[in-house]
Write a protein that binds this ligand. Structure first.
Ligand code: RIB
Ligand code: CA
Length: 318
């Protein structure tokens, strides 16, 4: 079977690096570009890190397009050095990359690729959804020309991680997320409902240092800082939750997940800003559910085979 063409929209980010390498080492996937976004780091550093990661992977043939620098509404609230390090890569401070970003913006790159190959391109956003929403606004036909959107973000039936209500990628641009979940295209949400059930233990993580390739060695260097965040912030936790790589795993083997289909809205105001709300009732047509009227059904991942997922990712890196 020919491999599936994907564009990864990313804010690297330790777990973004793991996801990008996982995708690059999976024959089912053909990464045709990386587009960058603020989130874990500012967009400028996200672009530098994307270039650095492709250099480590010896894949500088893959284009990197620089993305939006602020959300659709209001300023970017700031990066999270306590999670990913000042450099977004666990404070290992890599040298500057020698390869260059392309001149096309992320939004235009996404539009050009999708419109040039109708039905072939899958978008894989693993950061805030600003580029994706802007691309939809500029060229609404991408909704019918894309193959699929598989994103990491959101929390349908569980608490958030960036606030009690919201997951980080969605909270960084709730208006963009609401646009993406409302567009007439097939969207799968790989959110905290499943990623908080996938645990890479210290024993799993130790295997990266035993694998003799530059990508695994890079992960072995950057993951200790990230792990420390989880073990400090989540009482009793050992190791890390697997966020962005879960979206890659879904692309390779969707049978790892159980999916439910719900219309989704994103709260844009107040203390619940960024909460992804499924219309959990069959009363969508009642007056109480007007905000969900005519919203498309989104595939929401609700269960996952954690052991099989972590084994898949580790096997690909070896
Ligand atoms: O909530 C997890 C998400 O936020 C991941 O994409 C991680 O990289 C951070 O951006
Ligand atoms: Ca990310």
């Amino acid at each position: 079977m020919p491999s599936r063409k994907i564009i990864i929209d990313t804010d690297p980010g330790v777990d973004d690096a793991m996801a990008i390498f996982f995708a690059l080492r999976s024959p089912e996937l053909d990464v045709i570009g990386l587009t960058t976004i603020f989130g874990n780091v500012e967009t400028e550093l996200a672009t530098t890190n994307a270039l650095r990661l492709l250099e480590i992977a010896e894949r500088i043939d893959i284009p990197v397009a620089h993305g939006a620098e602020r959300p659709l509404v209001g300023p970017f609230k700031g990066s999270v050095p306590f999670v990913h390090g000042d450099d977004g890569q666990g404070n290992v401070h890599l040298p500057l990359p020698t390869n260059q970003r392309i001149h096309t913006t992320a939004v235009q790159f996404i539009i050009d690729q999708i419109m040039a190959a109708p039905g072939e391109i899958t978008l894989v956003p693993i950061g805030p959804l600003t580029n994706i929403a802007q691309a939809l606004r500029r060229e609404p036909r991408i909704a019918t020309h894309v193959k699929e959107v598989v994103l990491m973000g959101g929390n349908a039936f569980c608490p958030g991680n960036a606030s009690p209500a919201a997951e980080a990628n969605i909270l960084n641009d709730p208006e963009a997320a609401d646009t993406v979940f409302g567009a007439p295209w097939p969207v799968t949400m790989v959110g905290l409902d499943v990623t908080h059930k996938v645990n890479m233990t210290p024993e799993h993580l130790a295997r990266y240092s035993q694998i003799n390739n530059p990508m695994a060695q890079h992960i072995a260097r950057i993951v200790p800082f990230y792990r420390q965040y989880f073990e400090t912030d989540f009482s009793g936790m050992r190791g890390i939750y697997v966020h962005d790589s879960s979206a890659i795993a879904y692309l390779i083997d969707p049978t790892l997940f159980r999916v439910e289909r719900w219309p989704l809205r994103v709260e844009t105001r107040g203390i619940s800003r960024g909460k992804t709300w499924p219309a959990v009732s069959n009363r969508e047509t009642s007056a109480h559910f007007v905000p969900w009227h005519n919203r498309p059904l989104v595939n929401v991942c609700v269960e996952v085979d954690s052991a099989r997922l972590t084994a898949l990712e580790l096997s690909r890196m070896a």
